[in-house]
Design a protein around this ligand. Structure first.
Ligand SMILES: Cc1ncc(COP(=O)(O)O)c(C=O)c1O
Length: 470
């Protein structure tokens, strides 16, 4: 049985049901098997899909019948306007990167790797094994499975120098993805209405998380090697902020890795101002020309609150991350996160632990590095050839995207819409700025589907930018 034959049968039967009258009996399984040349399992699967969509009902021992469909009615929700009142924050629908485009579009807008870049065999077999464990049935500890917490602690501890105490299991909280970890951390560190300093540009989701946590994101300028340290010091002095959010490793969207000197200088400034550094290590597994260098490894006084996500490297469907925080802040984050998540699905944690502790995990990461490099270089070469007006801000040493700049004055939202009308999805850069964008930027992914389409994508982008250039 394949999904393809089952999907085709679903389509045929859906059309049949739409033309039939309510109560009509569908042909028997045997008749459907004979007519469509598929197995009985495929027929059962297709009928279950139709039943789940409310199109048919099955009466055991009698047959499957068309359900009466109610005509859709217009409902007046007008009363909700007054009851909801003005929104508490200016949160809106999710940004362009989370959209599902037309199936035939070249999708370079998304932040998620194509399934072909995931450790598919490891993930599938991990789920089979996890299904047999107690974790599939029991509520896990609210802080996470101890073995998984130990794994997160040990991964970070492996990079800790001898003169710094390594993190341990008790410093780790498992969260259902870094995004919810960010909300909990921001809420824990910054008082309501207070200031959170952020790199500029920075991850749009962090800006949303700040809004969700009720804190004000104030941007700090960024250079080729990381944040502008003098600007960071000034921002701390001017705002009295107690936390700075940054991505030292292959930042989303720029791909920048902070140099060791900038990393140390940031830690020094943060320390001078009695503040925390929130380190978002979302791209730990996506090094191309460099390896990750978590700053949390140099943390000797609980200064760094570290988030490590496995969502994109294990599977976007296995949403597991960790917050590593030492001292009273761990207790604070646990309490805030607990109020929202209670605990993270045990079977997801067990499957995640299985994947990252298999010998195949290290091998997968090595191959991934080469495959990301091939894709990145192909995209850069395609842009250089077909889109001369598109300037690559810097070659990313890791991550999943390139951050490009269009000629000043270009309306990037209009270019993105125009590209979409021509079959290409890219993400306009405005979503990555806490304040006004500092230029006309786009983020273009190289980890999405079908790298053989990069040439065509670059051609579309080159033409659309040329026609939009003021
Ligand atoms: C910088 C950064 N942090 C955090 C996240 C969210 O990670 P998760 O999927 O684990 O919630 C993303 C996802 O795109 C990201 O780019």
């Amino acid at each position: 049985m394949t999904n393809g034959s089952s999907d085709r049968l679903v389509a045929v039967l859906t059309a049949w049901v739409r033309d039939a009258s309510a109560g009509a009996r569908l042909p028997s399984t045997r008749a459907l098997v004979a007519e469509h040349g598929v197995g009985p399992g495929t027929v059962q699967r297709a009928l279950s899909v139709l039943a789940a969509r409310g199109l048919v009902e099955s009466r055991p021992g009698v047959g499957t019948f068309v359900r009466a469909q109610r005509a859709p009615q217009a409902v007046d929700y007008g009363w909700q306007v007054a009851a909801l009142g003005a929104p508490r924050t200016d949160l809106r629908a999710l940004p362009a990167t989370m959209r599902t485009g037309a199936p035939d579009a070249i999708a370079l807008h998304s932040g998620y790797p194509d399934p072909s870049l995931l450790p598919e065999r490891l993930v599938r077999s991990a789920f089979v094994r996890a299904a047999r464990q107690e974790a599939a049935l029991q509520r896990p500890d609210a802080t996470g499975l101890p073995e998984l917490r130990s794994w997160f602690a040990a991964e970070l501890a492996a990079t800790v120098p001898d003169d710094v105490a390594p993190p341990t299991l008790k410093d780790v909280l498992v969260v259902p993805g870094s995004q919810s970890g960010l909300v909990a951390v921001f809420r824990s560190l910054v008082p309501a209405g207070g200031v959170l300093l952020v790199e500029s540009p920075t991850y749009w989701g962090a800006l949303l998380a700040a809004k969700q946590a009720g804190v004000r994101a104030v941007p700090v300028a960024h250079g080729p090697d990381g944040p502008d340290v003098d600007a960071l010091a000034r921002a701390f002095a001017e705002t009295g902020a107690r936390a700075f959010y940054g991505q030292p490793t292959f930042a989303n969207p720029t791909g920048t890795q902070w140099s060791p000197a900038v990393g140390q200088a940031v830690l020094d400034v943060v320390r001078q101002h009695g503040a925390f550094l929130v380190e978002d290590d979302w791209a730990h597994d996506f090094g191309i020309d460099a390896d990750p260098r978590p700053l949390a490894a140099r943390d000797d006084d609980g200064r760094v609150v570290y988030l490590r996500s496995l969502t994109k490297s294990v599977s976007p469907s296995v949403r597991v991350a960790a917050v590593v925080a030492r001292g009273p802040v761990q207790e604070r984050v646990r309490a805030v996160a607990g109020a929202e998540q209670l605990y993270v699905s045990g079977i997801l944690q067990a499957a995640t632990l299985d994947v990252v502790t298999q010998p195949g995990w290290a091998a997968h990461r090595r191959t991934l590095r080469q495959r990301l490099r091939d894709r990145r270089d192909l995209l850069l070469a395609s842009l250089a050839e077909h889109a001369p007006l598109v300037e690559v801000a810097s070659v990313p040493a890791g991550g999943l995207h390139v951050w490009v700049r269009l000629p000043d004055g270009t309306d990037v939202d209009a270019v993105a819409r125009d590209c979409e009308a021509h079959g290409l999805l890219v993400a306009p850069g405005s979503g990555w700025f806490a304040a006004e964008p500092t230029g006309a930027f786009l983020r273009i992914g190289f980890a999405g589907p079908d790298p053989s389409a990069f040439g065509q994508a670059a051609r579309i982008l080159g033409e659309r930018v040329a026609s939009a250039t003021p």
